[in-house]
Write a protein that binds this ligand. Structure first.
Ligand SMILES: C[S@@+](CC[C@H](N)C(=O)[O-])C[C@H]1O[C@@H](n2cnc3c(N)ncnc32)[C@H](O)[C@@H]1O
Length: 271
């Protein structure tokens, strides 16, 4: 299988696992992703329709802009991928511009710039919702034009929605397939390195997600969820078919600090 790489760098992105994930998703006409992130699963599956949602407004604004405007948006973004825009001073000025602008098209373009120029593609916000990832010091960040074009083409089959997972899952109907890739349960209390939005995702949300998955399965919806393989998660996913695997984990740029993490994929079959 040739895997299409998403155009955004996204912590927890699933493009290395799409082959396994797509096998665990049942047949159906519509795939719903309540935690779409960089959209790796959308790009590498073949459903007639997609409902793609996330609670990150900058991400959904970007996807909607691409969906509505198409290719000409790439020309607008290109101005931010020049040798003169790849230095700390310009990065912090454009980050400030991103945080203050009310022009949603400009904001969408700057989101791609920040994603490619910030440290490790980290999408981090401060308490007041301002994007605050530091400058990444890359030699020559590239505008991923081909990957953006592939996204635009496929987005014709998709509807994008800014919503929390509870609202998105309520839209599922019998026959739909739902793939959930939530912020993972930390492996230990201090192991939670990534932060996706100003709001956290704690035990209460993990439990609510598991409850909704069971409820949807009982209404004829096929639901799959990725997560870390911990005792607490297995407890929440009781009754699901669980596949477990080891995944390489890069927690820093330090080559000695690479490890594997135990992940699982839980499938709640429709009944
Ligand atoms: C692990 S990432 C998804 C990665 C995605 N599968 C990919 O391949 O890039 C988790 C996503 O959940 C989103 N998120 C966090 N809390 C959420 C919530 N309460 N409702 C919906 N989305 C949420 C984050 O913005 C982030 O994009």
């Amino acid at each position: 299988m040739t895997v299409s790489r998403p155009f955004l760098k996204w912590p927890g992105g699933k493009f290395r696992l799409v082959e396994r994930i797509s096998k665990a998703l049942g047949p159906g006409q519509r795939l719903i992703e309540p935690f779409v992130g960089s959209a790796a699963v959308f790009l590498n599956t073949d459903y007639d329709h997609y409902l793609l949602a996330d609670s990150n407004p900058d991400l959904i604004n970007l996807y909607q802009t691409l969906h509505e405007e198409g290719e000409s948006f790439i020309d607008y973004v290109r101005q931010f991928f020049q040798p003169e825009t790849n230095n700390a001073e310009t990065y912090y000025a454009l980050r400030e511009d991103f945080n203050s602008t009310r022009d949603i098209r400009h904001k969408a373009a700057l989101f791609i710039y920040l994603n490619r120029h910030c440290y490790n593609g980290l999408c981090r916000y401060n308490k007041s919702g301002g994007f605050n990832s530091p400058f990444g010091r890359y030699k020559q960040p590239q505008l991923p034009e081909q990957a953006i074009l592939a996204f635009i083409e496929k987005s014709q089959r998709a509807t994008f929605q800014l919503s929390s997972f509870t609202e998105t899952m309520q839209a599922a109907e019998a026959g739909d397939v739902v793939y959930c890739d939530p912020p993972y349960m930390p492996l230990s209390k201090t192991a939670n390195f990534t932060s996706y939005s100003a709001e956290g995702f704690g035990m209460e949300q993990q439990a609510e997600l598991a409850r909704l998955a069971k409820e949807l399965a009982s209404q004829g919806v096929h639901v799959a969820i990725s997560n870390h393989d911990t005792g607490e998660i297995r407890n929440l996913y009781k009754g699901a078919r669980i596949t477990r695997f080891e995944v390489p984990r890069f927690i820093s740029q330090d080559i000695h600090n690479r490890n594997t993490a135990r992940e699982l994929l839980a499938v709640f079959k429709p009944s």
